[in-house]
Design a protein around this ligand. Structure first.
Ligand SMILES: O=C(O)CCC(=O)C(=O)O
Length: 351
């Protein structure tokens, strides 16, 4: 058989399928090095981690991986929490409800935090228009404290590390946590309810504690932080997930939820709002209590002091502060609370 007839045979319809497979295999081989590189890139890793973290089993898997990498820390931090629990905390977080309110009089260091926050705001109010001083947060919500400010005004971090506060947080979490963020969030009115103005849970773990303190008086017009207690949130999510399953809807388990979806499984009386005079505050488990805030009436604003505590073995990293507090030698507790967890800690990735 001559050359011509072999080519004619290969190009005949008899070889159509093998020809197609060969072309695909050749393309795959040519693309393979790039695809492998992409699949192993930090971006791809972040995407996979984010996708895993959007479901309960995925989040549990991520957390189990961190515990497996740092088992000793897991044990030590639980022990430290037990030691702290020996004396009763002045304010404690109710396990089922996942939150606890407090007033300015409940913590010795709080009046100083509030007055310092006001001073900083007054100094900067002309500069903190749309976009804010720190573009890490969305336009309607500006973070007006920087890492440098936390060094200059150590009272903020000192308050977060003070024993009564740490006792409340570690008593609820059952472990000595890490302090991840300390800030002053300035909210202004927005055109639509999106982002954290819709019901959501914070993505870092199944549990965490955030402290919120109103720096000025807050009424419903100032878009107070609003949440559902933990046990009500659990029931709402059960209802929403069940409805999704019945409707064969494939959506992230952890997403944002509309008021209507939440209202279908709760009553208005379940809602808790952080209204009240300056210094009114709350510990809230932002990974368990469905919450939103900053639905502010035109012409108003709201300034909130906020601190975030995560279990050391949290599953999904988001923004954190770089703390640089001069610590008294031998303060092992402060060192543990400020320890950055080894591993990836992206900046600018807050939900
Ligand atoms: O206070 C707000 O506007 C919302 C805050 C919030 O959702 C959060 O810190 O997770």
């Amino acid at each position: 058989m001559g050359n011509m007839s072999v080519r004619a045979l290969v190009q005949s319809s008899y070889f159509k399928k093998p020809r197609r497979y060969f072309k695909r295999a050749r393309t795959a081989l040519l693309l393979a090095p790039g695809q492998v590189r992409d699949a192993l890139s930090p971006d791809a890793f972040t995407r996979r981690e984010k996708r895993l973290n959007s479901s309960r089993p995925g989040r549990a898997f991520l957390r189990a991986c961190v515990i497996a990498r740092h088992p000793w820390e897991y044990f030590l931090r639980r022990q430290a929490a037990r030691r702290l629990a020996v004396s009763a905390a002045p304010v404690s977080i109710e396990p089922a409800a996942g939150f606890s309110r407090f007033t300015m009089a409940d913590f010795e260091g709080l009046p100083r935090v509030v007055s310092l926050a006001r001073t900083i705001y007054e100094e900067r109010r002309d500069r903190v228009g749309a976009g804010g001083l720190n573009a890490r947060k969305k336009e309607f919500m500006a973070e007006i404290l920087s890492d440098e400010d936390l060094r200059r005004y150590p009272e903020f971090v000192q308050f977060c590390l003070s024993e009564p506060v740490v006792q409340a947080v570690s008593g609820y979490l059952g472990t000595l946590p890490v302090l991840r963020r300390v800030g002053l969030l300035l909210s202004s009115p927005a055109d639509t309810n999106a982002d954290s103005r819709l019901y959501h849970l914070d993505p870092e773990d199944f549990r965490q504690v955030k402290i919120f303190v109103n720096i000025f008086d807050v009424t419903p017009d100032h878009g107070p932080l609003t949440w559902l207690p933990g046990h009500v949130s659990d029931a709402v999510l059960k209802g929403v997930w069940q409805r999704q399953k019945e409707a064969h809807e494939r959506r992230d388990q952890f997403r944002r939820w509309s008021d209507e979806e939440v209202a279908a499984h709760s009553t208005p009386a379940d809602l808790v709002q952080l209204t009240g005079p300056a210094g009114t505050g709350a510990f809230v488990d932002a990974s368990r209590c469905l919450h939103f805030g900053s639905r502010i009436k035109p012409g108003e604003m709201r300034l909130v002091f906020c601190a975030q505590y995560l279990r050391y073995h949290f599953s999904y990293p988001t923004d954190r502060n770089r703390f640089d507090v001069p610590r008294p030698a031998g303060d092992a507790l402060a060192a543990r609370l400020l320890a950055p967890r080894p591993g990836r800690t992206p900046y600018g990735a807050h939900a």
